[in-house]
Design a protein around this ligand. Structure first.
Ligand code: FEO
Length: 396
């Protein structure tokens, strides 16, 4: 697929994988993006997951007209982008891998490849004849070897996973040409709005821990004029770069928008009743919210909205004197992701000895969250008298 005179898209859509990284559901699929920069010499930017190698090689052959590919630029070594490397080397035995020093042992470790590798440093450039590629090191976005590649003549940033999103892409890959989220049934007039939720879920689950490195990368690139972003997942951004960069900037600063993420799990429905009472209070007041039952839903959706909103309300029964396991795991994941700048409220049922609300509050304090109150622990069944969610909602 032609993106410009120099750039071709040769990526693929994956509609078959059910769990990305073995963890995160893909209701809209996912794309693995790879690009050709075609000049006097030809560079391939990243590859695709190995299961798609055959389709991928055909696309490359079509776009190059059978010319050999001279360089493979490896921006990131995670196997969703690197595992067709062996197939590419087999097809183009003379190809030279361009990457940075941190990727070299990973290439050897994953694929046993140690020859024909050229390393580049931050700010270094290579010429393809009539095109120039400049490399920027962006470590820990979200692996140590991550870097980005900039095509100077077209002000195009090949950003690796940064600015990426879950969701396969229907139609043209470019937002400017109406790229669509595969399976999207809502309004089809705005590519960014279609992908926004899956982009937030992708960021919060995959990259969320690395807010500081993302901020460092954004600062490093702030003086570089960017007219096109070619990420390894999702659309190519041309018209909506400002929206995409602003979202990544806000998420990596851990800045939440006004609203409440209600997350709970329940053994016999009493903590669930409290969660739904809070939901009704927020809905009645017009406060934006999302609600997630961890017993019936993958936790990635809860992390998405914990990153999205500025307030988190967490409900857990007391189980073996502790936080109920799915909720404990959710809280641990918030800490792992270094989430900060949040207001927090805990609630939950117990039968003979409480503990979950106190422990949730402790964990929230340890993460630097602002407690809206000491929370609401209630014995046995839920009732508005035992657990006053109207008073809780007043604080939100
Ligand atoms: Fe899409 Fe970090 O790989």
């Amino acid at each position: 697929m032609k993106i410009s005179d120099r750039i071709r898209y040769v990526g693929v859509n994956d509609h078959d994988k059910t769990l990305f990284e073995g963890l995160w559901p893909l209701p809209f699929g996912v794309s693995y993006n790879s690009y050709l920069v075609i000049g006097e010499r030809i560079a391939l930017i990243d590859t695709v997951e190995a299961g798609f190698s055959e389709e991928y090689l055909e696309k490359i052959k079509t776009e190059t007209g059978g010319r050999p590919v001279d360089y493979l630029v490896v921006n990131h070594m995670e196997p969703d982008h690197s595992s067709s490397m062996e197939a590419i080397r087999k097809q183009y035995p003379e190809i030279r891998i361009i990457t940075n020093a941190k990727a070299v042992p990973m290439i050897a470790g994953y694929y046993g490849i140690t020859d024909n590798i050229m390393t580049v440093k931050d700010g270094e450039s290579i010429s393809l004849g009539n095109s120039t590629l400049t490399f920027y090191m962006t470590p820990m976005v979200h692996w140590p070897e991550t870097m980005m590649t900039y095509l100077n003549e077209e002000k195009t940033l090949f950003s690796g996973d940064a600015f990426g999103t879950f969701g396969a892409v229907d139609g043209d890959i470019r937002d400017s040409m109406g790229a669509r989220l595969c399976g999207w049934l809502g309004d089809k007039s705005d590519t960014f709005q279609e992908f926004r939720s899956e982009m937030t879920r992708y960021y919060s689950n995959i990259v969320g821990k690395y807010g500081v490195p993302v901020q460092n990368a954004l600062k490093k690139l702030s003086s570089t004029e960017i007219c096109r972003i070619c990420s390894t997942h999702g659309p190519v951004w041309e018209d909506q770069i400002t929206e995409v960069v602003s979202l990544y900037d806000r998420l990596s600063r851990y800045e939440g928008e006004k609203g409440v993420c209600i997350v709970y799990a329940s053994m016999y429905g009493n903590t669930a009743k409290a969660a739904k009472a809070l939901e009704a209070e927020l809905a009645g007041r017009g406060v934006p919210y999302a609600i997630h039952d961890l017993a019936n839903e993958n936790v990635s959706f809860a992390y998405r909205d914990a990153f999205r909103f500025d307030t988190i309300a967490v409900g857990s029964p007391t189980y073996n004197n502790e936080i109920f396991p799915p909720v404990a795991s959710f809280m641990k994941g918030l800490g792992t992701r270094c989430l900060k700048n949040r207001k927090f409220l805990a609630f939950g049922s117990y039968t003979w000895a409480g503990g979950s609300v106190r422990q949730l509050n402790e964990e929230a304090r340890n993460m630097g969250f602002e407690l809206l109150s000491e929370g609401a622990a209630f014995a046995q069944g839920y009732s508005p008298e035992k657990c006053n969610m109207s008073a809780m909602a007043d604080k939100m």
